[in-house]
Design a protein around this ligand. Structure first.
Ligand code: URA
Length: 204
């Protein structure tokens, strides 16, 4: 089963966000606090697609408001992009986690969960009609560009796609948070900022 059966008519962003609250297309809704739908205006020129809500996003109900979101905000600022001008969403709209003692251990969404959630993402793209889509990390790239796509090989390249006039993939901001060395982390941040600036630029 996928989320197609939950899509509203007409599929405006507001209606999509409301309908997604009740999505049970995959088992992840059972343990997540809530659906975290995308955020931004229809007509936003730039759409950023992440993996899934994190812990804080799951509690607050908004995408990219935790540590990875703060880093993304910083990178967007350095790239000269106003977060409010972009539409931010995730490939999977529920947090996947399992308990370990008192902690919530995040899981990576599997191919079935990504597929089940894809109709929401495709409907968001159709409603927003972005000029540029940026896949942040492997899960977003897998959802939109297929499982053969490798961010490590093809990051920062324009990808031929029917989804939007310009589509590009780069790393997920949480990968930068995992880099231990300050110098290495700074270099990775600069490379991420360069990808975002290229995505937001006029030439494609
Ligand atoms: N990571 C994501 O991929 N999305 C979020 O919303 C937060 C963290």
């Amino acid at each position: 089963m996928d989320a197609s059966a939950f899509l509203p008519t007409p599929p405006t962003l507001d209606r999509l966000a409301r309908a997604a609250i009740r999505c049970t297309a995959c088992p992840l809704y059972r343990h997540a606090t809530q659906t975290v739908f995308g955020e931004g205006e229809p007509g936003a020129r730039l759409m950023l697609v992440g993996e899934q809500p994190g812990d804080i996003e799951d509690h607050i109900g908004r995408p990219f408001v935790g540590p990875a979101g703060r880093l993304l905000d910083r990178a967007l600022g350095l790239a000269g992009i106003d977060r409010d001008d972009a539409y931010l969403t995730n490939a999977v709209k529920h947090l996947k986690w399992t308990p370990r003692g008192k902690r919530r251990i995040h899981g990576k969404p599997n191919a079935g969960e990504i597929r089940a959630c894809r109709p929401w993402l495709i409907a968001e793209i159709a409603a927003v009609k972005p000029e540029v889509i940026v896949c942040l990390g492997a899960t977003a790239a897998q959802a939109l560009l297929g499982s053969d796509f490798r961010v490590s090989r093809q990051r920062g390249e324009w990808i031929d796609s029917d989804l939007a006039p310009r589509v590009i993939a780069t790393v997920h901001p949480s990968s930068l948070l995992r880099i231990r060395g300050a110098e290495e982390r700074e270099a990775a941040l600069q490379a991420f900022v360069a990808d975002l600036a290229m995505a937001a630029g006029d030439e494609g």
